[in-house]
Design a binder for this molecule. Structure first.
Ligand SMILES: [Fe+2]
Length: 166
């Protein structure tokens, strides 16, 4: 637990440095992705209980909220078969997979599927609006866990999603 906290503190400090460059959203997502690659923790950043996920939906755990609201770090857990809805985001976000495989689908504004990718452990990617409509599903038989960093205070807003699409 002490090691996990140290890892999280290091990661938050590195993300802070990237955010403080005050680049635009796309550049910030790339700078933060570089930092997450350099400081990617293992799944043990979450407690064994948190890593179980939940039966009814994708589980989320807030790990760090920067005091001035500049960014938040969350752990998300997909049990096999679980999926997010198709959504976009209120700000930039960076995702790093810690375990399992996350199947990601990307859509254009008309909700045409324009790309898919299978993100394995260690894969880190950033995205920023506009052009950030996606859905993440766990199509494997192992629980999928990833870290998500959003450029806002999730504790105040409740969600990183700007809109859901049906
Ligand atoms: Fe998302």
């Amino acid at each position: 637990m002490i090691r996990s906290l140290a890892t999280l503190t290091d990661l938050a400090a590195a993300v802070r440095q990237a955010v403080d460059l005050r680049a635009g959203w796309t550049d910030t997502s790339e700078l933060v992705a570089d930092q997450l690659r350099a400081h990617l923790p293992g799944p043990e950043i979450l407690t064994p209980d948190q890593r179980l996920g939940r039966p009814d939906r994708v589980a989320g755990h807030l790990l760090h909220a920067e005091p001035d609201g500049a960014f938040s770090i969350l752990g998300l857990i997909w049990r096999p078969g679980q999926t997010t809805r198709i959504h976009d985001h209120i700000t930039w976000c960076v995702v790093g997979v810690l375990s399992g495989i996350e199947h990601e689908e990307l859509f254009d504004d008309a909700l045409n599927l324009i790309g898919t990718r299978d993100n394995p452990p260690g894969e880190v990617s950033g995205l920023a609006p506009p052009g950030d409509i996606h859905r993440i599903r766990n199509v494997g038989d192992e629980t999928a866990i990833s870290l998500h960093i959003y450029g806002t205070d999730i504790t105040r807003l409740g969600s990183s999603a700007r809109r859901y699409y049906n």
